[in-house]
Design a binder for this molecule. Structure first.
Ligand code: NAG
Ligand code: NAG
Ligand code: NAG
Ligand code: NAG
Length: 341
């Protein structure tokens, strides 16, 4: 077994948290006793998702084109190499042993045990006619529809603006339906606990936004800003992944800043902020048997030798304990009879 968890003492975390000069943040760092990280480094960890029924954590390494699964209790870890282009999304499928995966600009149902191309069964393609576009982030809504979006062509850390869209996908035909266009880097998605609001991040819009959400009709409306990134951070910092806790507060990761921020979406205030000892924090989810571990993926993408030396944990997965709250189980993708598709 090559996967081990390493604990770090609280003092290290306190050292890593810099005082916030510009805005009032309530730290609960005294309760934030330890974090652990996996002794495995990913080039670009993304899309962490917890399957509460099976106690499995899934995530991807986008650039290595790998899908990972960790059975939390036994620490049994599996990897599947896709070899078909960038892999940014993995999601459990209701009543199925298959997983939904996003590879380049398309979604597939994936089998762990089948070799090569036969492991992937095509579900839908997005942004057809824009061959450089990539499906970037996706989540299932309370009815098991897929919601996710794309980003345009990327050079280094720069992505061409306004080339992507946000889509939803539902049975029986699974034809992508444009929900928002244009977007630049479609990223974090979360729904309010009562399913009346969709929270959304287009990273280059530099905002956390909200829409009224009609769950029955899969319809979004009344776009508004919950938090303006420019009010708090320099222009190299962007918002990336998002999740929600049982109090209905949203948690986001800030890329190029190594921070995790908790926001009260109703008052539009930042209520907590944590700094990790890396700068490229990509996404996060609640997991663990009590749903109270905050699991954060990170990246080493485009880091030079000096930066890698300064941040030996870049690319690790961090597991934060004692955050004072917990998550809610995530929804799975619904695709009837997926095992026989
Ligand atoms: C990670 O594990 C490997 C193999 O067990 C070991 O050689 C290495 O020192 C470990 N790295 C860290 C940072 O602990
Ligand atoms: C599918 O999963 C749901 C939710 O876990 C469960 O209620 C239902 O009984 C399952 N259906 C079948 C056919 O297994
Ligand atoms: C649903 O939750 C949101 C987010 O907390 C809140 O703003 C809204 O008032 C709630 N709606 C109802 C009908 O309770
Ligand atoms: C590495 O990147 C940092 C941040 O962009 C930069 O300041 C530094 O000069 C770079 N170092 C090398 C050796 O390229």
């Amino acid at each position: 077994m090559f996967l081990q968890l390493w604990s770090i003492a609280a003092i290290y975390i306190l050292y890593c948290i810099k005082p916030a000069a510009l805005y009032d943040v309530k730290y609960i760092s005294e309760n934030f006793n330890t974090f652990e990280y996996m002794n495995l480094s990913f080039s670009h960890g993304e899309s962490p998702v917890w399957d509460h029924a099976s106690g499995m954590l899934y995530w991807v390494d986008a650039l290595q084109q790998d899908v990972h699964a960790l059975h939390y209790a036994s620490q049994k870890h599996k990897v599947k190499h896709i070899n078909y282009g960038e892999v940014n999304i993995v999601m459990p499928v209701q009543n199925s042993s298959r997983l939904l995966v996003g590879v380049r600009n398309a979604l597939f149902l994936m089998d762990w045990d089948k070799p090569g191309d036969s492991a992937l069964r095509f579900v839908a393609a997005f942004d057809q006619g824009l061959p450089d576009n990539i499906l970037n982030e996706g989540r299932a809504d309370a009815l098991g529809r897929f919601w996710g979006g794309t980003k345009g062509r990327q050079h280094g850390n720069n992505v061409i603006h306004d080339k992507g869209s946000l889509y939803s996908l539902e049975p029986p035909h699974f034809v992508p339906r444009v929900q928002l266009k244009p977007v630049s880097i479609s990223n974090g998605l979360a729904w309010s606990l009562n399913n009346t609001i969709l929270y959304y991040i287009d990273s280059l819009a530099r905002k956390i936004e909200a829409f009224d959400f009609d769950l029955e009709k899969a319809h979004i409306s009344k776009r508004r800003t919950i938090l303006d990134i420019d009010e708090y951070w320099d222009d190299d910092v962007i918002a990336d992944g998002m999740t929600i806790d049982e109090a209905g507060f949203i948690w986001i990761t800030l890329m190029f800043h190594g921070c995790i921020v908790r926001i009260n979406p109703d008052t539009r205030q930042i209520v907590e902020r944590y700094k990790l000892p890396v700068t490229l924090t990509t996404s996060l989810t609640w997991g663990g048997p009590r749903l109270d571990d905050l699991i954060v993926t990170t990246s080493r993408r485009n880091m030079n030798a000096t930066q890698l030396k300064e941040q030996p944990l870049a690319g690790a997965i961090f597991i934060l304990h004692n955050m004072g709250t917990k998550g809610v189980p995530s929804y799975k993708f619904v695709f009837s009879n997926a095992d026989n598709y």
